[in-house]
Design a protein around this ligand. Structure first.
Ligand SMILES: CC(C)(COP(=O)(O)OP(=O)(O)OC[C@H]1O[C@@H](n2cnc3c(N)ncnc32)[C@H](O)[C@@H]1OP(=O)(O)O)[C@@H](O)C(=O)NCCC(=O)NCCS
Length: 166
């Protein structure tokens, strides 16, 4: 599945993306806001991640000007029911409305192609940019899941739960 827009392409990842992936995800703030992304992020981490195939998961590479510039995914997909949304974008592209547009495309894809009825995302309390992306796409705040997330360093963090229902 490939989704083409004026600003970006959403397409499957390939092993040859490893170098650009490692370069663009290697950011302290990206790692702080996601559950399982290490910092520093090495080429070996990218190769490992690209090698994993999970059957309840769909990952799209966000390609901008021919470069691997982020990722958007549905995780924990339950057929005809629900999926969890996750994403990150390379630092140089922040603040231009790109992720809001990416999420708009994913919502369309999830509801019409995957036939799911609920798309949800858990956001750490300090991540105002991600909450902005979700609110702009009509996701509703459902509550705070206290100490729901366990980071790689063992830290337990509260998650703000957002969802969009069809
Ligand atoms: C979260 C992230 C994907 C946002 O991408 P982006 O393309 O910069 O987001 P957008 O430009 O579409 O911003 C959407 C809205 O969020 C808000 N926003 C963006 N950055 C913000 C910030 N730093 N602080 C507060 N609000 C912010 C704005 O209201 C914006 O709406 P506007 O365009 O009408 O002003 C990006 O910052 C990122 O990759 N962060 C690290 C990884 C991450 O947090 N992933 C999500 C985990 S839940």
């Amino acid at each position: 599945m490939i989704i083409k827009t004026k600003n970006f392409i959403l397409r499957p990842f390939r092993m040859s993306d490893a170098e650009e992936l490692a370069k663009n995800i290697n950011n302290k703030i990206i790692a702080r806001n996601l559950l399982t992304v290490p910092y520093p992020y090495k080429l070996k981490d990218a190769k490992e991640w690209l090698g994993v195939k999970k059957k309840d998961n769909i990952n799209f590479c966000i390609e901008i000007n021919g470069e691997v510039s982020g990722s958007v995914s549905f995780n924990r997909i339950i057929k005809n029911h629900k999926a969890e949304l996750g994403y990150w974008l390379a630092r140089k592209h922040w603040g231009k409305g790109i992720m809001s547009k990416v999420v708009k495309e994913m919502v369309k894809f999830g509801f019409s192609e995957l036939k799911i009825k609920r798309i949800y995302a858990g956001v750490f309390s300090f991540n105002k940019a991600s909450m902005g992306v979700l609110k702009k796409n009509g996701f509703e705040f459902e509550g705070i899941l206290k100490k729901n997330a366990r980071k790689m360093d063992g830290n337990l963090l509260d998650e703000h739960l957002f969802a969009k229902i069809k």
